[in-house]
Write a protein that binds this ligand. Structure first.
Ligand code: GLN
Length: 406
């Protein structure tokens, strides 16, 4: 596993304590890579099997047990191991290029809101971002036009239907709700792209791709094979955009909106990139690794709320009650999960469940979040509550609370 520190001085300064823990982790694990007091990419020994599956995994695999002093490191290593036992799911195949991706690839990265990075497995293997792109384009749109305009034209409620459901669009339209339902289903994401203000398609692409680069803190590339493959086979999305044009949701050129949407879904990312992009949302819109402000804290919060509502499509409620974290999945096998103010996790494992969410990714994230104290709804009795309970000796807690009119 790699543990590394942010390169910008401000984020580094904020890391005084975690840094000490990282140094301990690196040295305890017997790995090198510590330069001038700052841990850099740290090579770990690896098994031949993982190296054969992906040569880049050779430097990333953890073999020794993690030291208990670094909870992040321990949580990531343990979750990775647990995820390895999960064999369910199947690559997406309605986009032919996705069916060809090696189903054994598996990587996790965790990035804290102060910019420390933990990685394991194929955390640097690139894959198409697919629907994990949607919350980031949404962030740009909210910055440009405000949340109210987005809610009015696209909506912010779960559809309860598949991510490419035409039925959901029709139901919403017939019940006088914004037809797409929310910005994280295909209809809403295509409408999001249509609504981004720009002079022409080239400028719009520059805005979207430039934003992704800022979120990731590096120049991302386009997966030409996936872009071509999806462009040739996206008849279903063409039907959605035609419907949205008819309902006056998409007001520009529908072919252009769909092409830009398909392109944004074809951007290559790694689990590490997703974790940094998520950590930027966790950190009030400021990339904790580069120090760049990408969006405002208010925008980041609004995007996270939409992710909590609809990030895993029709299984978002199940996801939220089991993990308690806003997240977004993509049919390329990626998931980003965000603990506001704390950390974000990026995972990559291509086999998907019936809703289109990575099976291993979900398991791994659930395990990490649990190990690190639970999700955003974690609730614990306060010290004051404890005092009230002990002040009613012998009475059951619930009865005591009822008596006091609580
Ligand atoms: N590009 C894919 C599509 O439009 C994205 C779907 C997804 O990741 N859920 O179908």
């Amino acid at each position: 596993m790699i543990a590394s520190a942010p390169s910008n001085p401000r984020a580094r300064a904020a890391l005084a304590l975690p840094l000490a823990a990282l140094l301990f982790a690196c040295t305890t694990a017997g790995a090198g890579g510590v330069t001038a007091g700052v841990p850099v990419a740290t090579a770990m020994p690896s098994s031949a099997a993982v190296a054969a599956a992906d040569p880049s995994a050779a430097v990333l695999e953890v073999r020794s047990g993690p030291p208990a002093s670094d909870p992040y490191r321990a949580a990531v290593a343990q979750a990775f191991k647990q995820g390895k036992d999960v064999k369910d799911g199947k690559n997406a195949d309605y986009i032919p290029a996705l069916a060809k991706v090696d189903a054994h690839l598996y990587g996790i990265a965790l990035v804290t809101a102060s910019g420390a990075i933990y990685e394991i497995g194929n955390s640097r293997s690139e894959f198409s971002i697919q629907s994990v792109s949607k919350p980031f384009t949404l962030a740009r749109l909210i910055e440009a036009v405000g949340l109210d305009s987005v809610r009015k034209r696209i909506g912010a409620n779960a559809t309860g239907q598949k991510f490419n459901s035409i039925l959901a669009v029709e139901l919403n339209q017939s019940q006088k709700r914004p037809p797409p339902g929310n910005p994280l289903v295909n209809a809403g994401a295509i409408a999001t792209v249509d609504m981004i203000p720009a002079k022409n398609a080239t400028e719009k692409w520059d805005v979207i791709s430039g934003l992704y680069n800022a979120f990731a803190g590096r120049q991302l590339s386009l997966n030409q094979e996936v872009y071509r493959s999806e462009s040739e086979t996206n008849a279903h999305n063409r039907a959605i955009v035609a419907l949205l044009q008819d309902y006056e949701v998409v007001k520009g050129d529908p072919a252009e909106a769909l092409d830009l949407y398909t392109r944004q879904c074809s951007v290559n990312v790694s689990a590490r990139d997703l974790a940094i992009m998520g950590a930027t949302l966790a950190n009030g819109g400021r990339n904790p690794v580069t120090g760049q402000t990408v969006v405002s804290p208010a925008t980041a919060s609004q995007v996270l709320a939409v992710m909590a509502t609809a990030g895993l499509y029709e299984t978002t409620g199940d996801w939220l009650v089991t993990t308690g974290v806003p997240a977004k999945s993509g049919v390329g096998g990626g998931i980003v999960a965000v603990l506001p103010g704390r950390y974000a996790i990026g995972t990559f494992a291509p086999p998907l469940d019936d809703a289109g969410n990575s099976v291993r990714g979900q398991k791994a994230i659930e395990a990490i979040v649990q190990a690190l104290g639970g999700g955003v709804f974690s609730s614990r009795a306060s010290a004051r509550g404890t005092t009230a309970q002990v002040s009613t000796p012998g009475a059951p807690v619930a009865a005591a609370a009822a008596q006091k009119g609580n």
